[in-house]
Design a binder for this molecule. Structure first.
Ligand SMILES: NC(=O)c1ccc[n+]([C@@H]2O[C@H](COP(=O)([O-])OP(=O)(O)OC[C@H]3O[C@@H](n4cnc5c(N)ncnc54)[C@H](O)[C@@H]3O)[C@@H](O)[C@H]2O)c1
Length: 335
C-alpha cells in the first residue's frame, strides 16, 4: 500500500485526494492546508483522512511514502525540496519551480536521494493529446509546419505568478511532448491589466528546430473558456478541443498542393485541397486519474515517469526565456 499525503487543499488539491483515493494499492492518509476552512471542507468529504495545518507533520510521518504538492507555484521549490530531503517521493503541481535554477536543484536532490520526482503536466495524460501524438508519430499529418494553442477563460486569477507561468506551461509541455523537441528561441509579449506586476494576457511564439513555429495565446481575462490546439501538417491538419463533448479531436484532410503550370515550365501553382473531416473515437478517461496512476506505478517500480524532474526542468527553462522576453517587450530570447 502506497500511503500518500496531499499538501495544499485549495481549488485543485481535492481533485488529487479524489483521484488517489480511487486507485487500488494507494491510500490518502493525510492532507494539509494553512486555511482551516479548507481543512474543514476536506474533513466533511473525507472523514478518514487526517487533516493538519502543518506540512511538516506529513513529512515526519514515516508511513507516508509520497506527497503531492498542490500549493501556489511560488511555494513549489521550497516544499518539494524539503519533501525530497525528508525522503518522500514527490508529485509537484505545474510548474515545477519559478526558474530553471530551482528546478535543476530539485532534479539534483531527487537523483541524489533516489526519490521519484514528477510534475503535474496533466495534459500529457489527456487521451486527445495522446491520440494527436500518435498521428504525428505515425506521419498521418506529415511533416509538421506549425502549431497554435489558445487557453483562455475569465479567471482563475493568480496572485503569485503571471498567466504564462500558470497557463502557458500546459501548452509548452504539450508542444514538447508532441514534437519530442524543445524550442530553441521564444518571443513573448503580454499586458498587465489587473495588477502592475503580473501579466494577465500573453502571446508567446516558440521556435523549434527545423523551422517549426508554435504560438500560444493565454489569458485569464477573457469571456470564453477555450482549450484548443491546432496542428498543421503537410498532409493533414488536426484540431484538439478539450471542451468538446463529442469531437475532442478532428483530423482535417486538407492541405495545399503544388502543381506544375502546363504552359510555364518549371513554375508551380498552389491549389487548395479540401477533403473530409474525421473524428477518431477516443476513450475519454480523466487525465488526472491517469496521471495519478502513472505516479503510483513510478513509485512502485522506481522507474522514471513521463513528466519526471528533467521534463519539468526543460519546461521551466522555456518559461524562464518567456519571462525574459516578456520583460524585454517581445525581444527574441534563446532557451
Ligand atoms: N494541472 C492542472 O490543470 C492544475 C489546475 C489548477 C491548479 N493547478 C496547480 O495546483 C496548484 C494549486 O492551485 P489551486 O488552484 O488549488 O490554488 P489555491 O490557491 O486554490 O490553493 C492552494 C492552497 O494551498 C494552501 N497552502 C499554501 N501554502 C501552504 C503551505 N505551506 N502548507 C499547506 N498549504 C498551503 C493554501 O492555503 C490554499 O488553500 C498550483 O500550483 C496550480 O498551478 C494545476
Amino acid at each position: 500500500m502506497v500511503n500518500i499525503g496531499i499538501i495544499g487543499c485549495g481549488h485543485w488539491g481535492p481533485n488529487h485526494i479524489r483521484n488517489f483515493s480511487g486507485i487500488s494499492g494507494c491510500s490518502v492518509v493525510a492532507c494539509c492546508d494553512l486555511d482551516n476552512n479548507r481543512l474543514n471542507h476536506i474533513k466533511k468529504i473525507y472523514p478518514l483522512v487526517k487533516a493538519v495545518s502543518d506540512y511538516k507533520v506529513l513529512l515526519k510521518d514515516k508511513s507516508i511514502i509520497a506527497v503531492v504538492i498542490s500549493t501556489p507555484t511560488s511555494t513549489h521549490y521550497r516544499l518539494a525540496k524539503e519533501a525530497l530531503l525528508s525522503g518522500k517521493d514527490v508529485l509537484c503541481e505545474k510548474p515545477l519551480a519559478l526558474n530553471a535554477k530551482e528546478a535543476r536543484e530539485l532534479v539534483f536532490i531527487a537523483r541524489q536521494k533516489k526519490r521519484i520526482l514528477m510534475v503535474g503536466h496533466v495534459f500529457l495524460f489527456n487521451s486527445g493529446i495522446q491520440k494527436m501524438k500518435e498521428y504525428i508519430k505515425n506521419k498521418t499529418l506529415g511533416e509538421i509546419y506549425y502549431m497554435r494553442a489558445t487557453r483562455t477563460n475569465l479567471g482563475p486569477i493568480r496572485n503569485d505568478v503571471n498567466v504564462a507561468l500558470d497557463l502557458a506551461v500546459h501548452d509548452i509541455s504539450i508542444f514538447s511532448f508532441l514534437l519530442e523537441k524543445e524550442p530553441v528561441m521564444v518571443n513573448a509579449t503580454g499586458t498587465k491589466i489587473l495588477r502592475k506586476n503580473l501579466e494577465d494576457i500573453a502571446f508567446i511564439s516558440l521556435h523549434y528546430p527545423g523551422s517549426v513555429l508554435a504560438n500560444i495565446q493565454v489569458s485569464w481575462l477573457d469571456p470564453r473558456k477555450v482549450r484548443e490546439i491546432t496542428v498543421v501538417g503537410e498532409k493533414k491538419m488536426a484540431v484538439w478541443d478539450d471542451l468538446s463533448a463529442t469531437d475532442m479531436l478532428r483530423i482535417y484532410d486538407k492541405g495545399v498542393i503544388r502543381e506544375p503550370y502546363y504552359d510555364n515550365f518549371g513554375e508551380f501553382q498552389l491549389l487548395i485541397r479540401e477533403g473530409e473531416v474525421a473524428v477518431p473515437k477516443i476513450n475519454a478517461t480523466e487525465p488526472l486519474r491517469v496521471q495519478s496512476q502513472h505516479f503510483i506505478d513510478s513509485v512502485l517500480t522506481r522507474k522514471n515517469n513521463l513528466c519526471d524532474g528533467n521534463n519539468g526542468l526543460s519546461t521551466t527553462k522555456v518559461l524562464e526565456a518567456v519571462q525574459k522576453s516578456l520583460a524585454r517587450n517581445g525581444e527574441a530570447v534563446k532557451v
